[in-house]
Ligand binder design. Sequence first.
Ligand SMILES: [Zn+2]
Length: 173
Amino acid sequence: MDELDICPIPPRPGPELFIQRLKAQEEHAFTIYSEALFGINVHFVGNRSQPHYRNPDNCPGCKAKNVKRWKGFLHCWNHNLGQEVFLELTPASALSLHSQLGGVGPLRGNRISVKRTKKDNGRLVISVLTAARDAGKLPPSKDPLESLVRLWGLADVNDHEIVADLVARRQFE
Ligand SMILES: [Zn+2]
């Protein structure tokens, strides 16, 4: 008989924080808690993301020729929902935010408005409402990786290390 998978540690619940992908015509205001934008390449199967691994020979998404996209995440306070979230950004919206801030920081403390155009996969329009202030008084920033790892069901520590090793962090310079 094959070995049973006895596991004394119960599986953890879903993502630590809500990973928010704005839906069509949603417009929410956020205060950015992140010090830096977190960026990672992922695969998509329909609406669901899965991790991309740098070595395509070891990446199920690459082998299945699933669409690969860059996604950015910001730890934010969502003023409309009244909760902390990880806001998912597209490459274009992340670049737009970068240029609105003049290519220099700080990122943390800015209040932004983000709107999705007509479709769920439509463009994200981002605008800075008020510049960063009192950033020191904000709660500490959180890393979205743990929430992504849980979203993808990679509870195993080794899986986590694999993903951590493969994360591309794009800092605002
Ligand atoms: Zn891949």
